[in-house]
Design a protein around this ligand. Structure first.
Ligand SMILES: CC(=O)N[C@H]1[C@@H](OP(=O)(O)OP(=O)(O)OC[C@H]2O[C@@H](n3ccc(=O)[nH]c3=O)[C@H](O)[C@@H]2O)O[C@H](CO)[C@H](O)[C@@H]1O
Ligand SMILES: [Mn+2]
Length: 383
């Protein structure tokens, strides 16, 4: 699945701790599983002249109309060659066969959760503890490979050890997982013992001096990487912050063609409180009359094709903003929120999947805290 390249002198250590892979920047996939069908669907995305990629003929920028709402240009439809099991997660294109199993009966008249919204108005499930049965889901997603992308640039490498250790314990246990660590300090990536079917890939990337630029450039790097590698290596990319630890089960119940997570600070807030980008000059602009939820920048994902669409669109929107001399108020998170208004997620994760206990305590509605932020000294870490 993943090409192994050896680093001099560390073979013995790697053998001790399980698969740990160093990816070279120049590695390219063989073959090309994308094809283009011109003119059937709109999509904005630029193509850098240095990238010999299958995307062609797409517009360089997304123009804005006079009222500042986005005008999406005529573009290309990006499709996968075929809807094979590798290209799509099971719920995207094919109903998987599950083995005969014994489990408790779902109670139609006694819903497991009556205290929270479990379905969005566009019929996407909202994932809370109690609404899913992992045994059924694990069988459905048996053949799925999850690609967890994290960035550890500069001092954020300090978060890697706890992140990787807790991911081993709680993230997609029993499933194939590749954790892709994008870092400017490959030598500082800790070696964490990994279970069977799990590996860590280290990708050396450049650094940016501003924290906001690191954060915002993540989508660009994931987009580039999706084109090169994801299609061949994973079914379900999951994009996560690194200054976070897993403290309870996070499994295949999150997987879906496009999923976002409710921001812990806003799940109960009135729409006026949402920190959407409100300036019409920005591509992330959300007018006061539009609203769904406020999603967190720190945990989202989907199928490879949808992750590519999302990261391409968010990156493109930041490119246009930069050309107009504007930076969205919450950077990548603002663009993610605009994108998820325009492309309704097929699953929405409750704040169990991204919580800040230090700031928000532990309210009764959270039966489990699954993925929680690690307190950081902003000055020490970000400077
Ligand atoms: C939990 C959550 O929803 N976090 C979001 C929030 O702020 P946060 O305050 O959580 O942002 P942050 O400082 O964690 O930065 C986001 C991520 O960028 C990476 N990083 C950042 C700086 C650096 O020097 N090195 C480095 O590796 C790292 O993976 C980090 O987790 O808003 C950000 C945009 O402003 C992003 O949308 C974050 O995803
Ligand atoms: Mn963070």
């Amino acid at each position: 699945m993943v090409q192994m390249t050896s680093r001099s002198g560390d073979g013995a250590r790697r053998a001790l701790v399980g698969p740990h892979v160093h990816f070279l920047r120049s590695q390219r996939p063989k073959g090309n599983v994308f094809r283009l069908i011109p003119g059937r669907r709109q999509m904005g995305e630029s193509r850098s002249s240095t990238e010999g990629r299958p995307l062609q003929g797409q517009r360089e920028s997304l123009p804005s109309s006079q009222d500042g709402r986005r005008v999406v240009p005529q573009g290309m439809l990006l499709e996968t060659k075929q809807c094979s099991e590798r290209d799509c997660p099971p719920d995207a294109c094919r109903v998987p066969e599950v083995p005969r199993m014994v489990y408790p009966k779902a109670q139609l008249l006694q819903p497991a959760r009556a205290d929270v919204l479990v379905m969005t108005p566009w019929f996407a499930p909202v994932i809370w503890d109690g609404v899913f049965d992992s045994a059924i889901l694990d069988a459905q997603f048996e053949n799925t490979t999850v690609g967890l992308t994290i960035f550890a640039i500069k001092k954020y490498v300090a978060f890697l050890e706890l992140f990787l250790q807790t991911a081993e314990k709680h993230f997609m246990v029993g499933h194939r997982v590749t954790c892709y660590v994008f870092t400017d300090r490959p030598g500082d990536v800790p070696r964490v013992p990994l279970g069977e079917g799990r590996q860590v890939g280290v990708l050396e990337v450049r650094s940016y001096s501003r924290r906001q630029d690191v954060s915002v450039h993540r989508v660009e790097m994931i987009r580039n990487f999706s084109r090169r590698r994801f299609l061949h290596e994973v079914d379900s990319p999951v994009c996560a912050d690194v200054d976070v630890r897993f403290r309870d089960h996070v499994g295949v119940e999150i997987l879906s063609p496009l999923f976002g997570t409710l921001h812990p600070g806003f799940y109960g807030a009135a729409r006026e409180a949402f920190t959407y980008e409100r300036r019409p000059q920005s591509q992330a602009h959300v007018p006061r009359d539009e609203v769904d939820f406020y999603y967190a920048g720190g945990f989202f994902g989907g199928s490879v094709a949808e992750a590519l669409r999302l990261t391409s669109a968010c990156h493109q929107a930041t490119v246009v903003d930069r050309a107009h001399g504007i930076e969205a108020v919450w950077h990548d998170e603002s663009h993610l929120n605009r994108y998820l208004l325009d492309h309704k997620p097929t699953k929405v994760l409750s704040p169990e999947y991204l919580w800040d206990e230090q700031l928000l305590g532990w309210p009764a509605v959270m039966k489990k805290l699954r993925y929680v932020t690690v307190p950081k000294s902003h000055r020490g870490i970000r400077d």
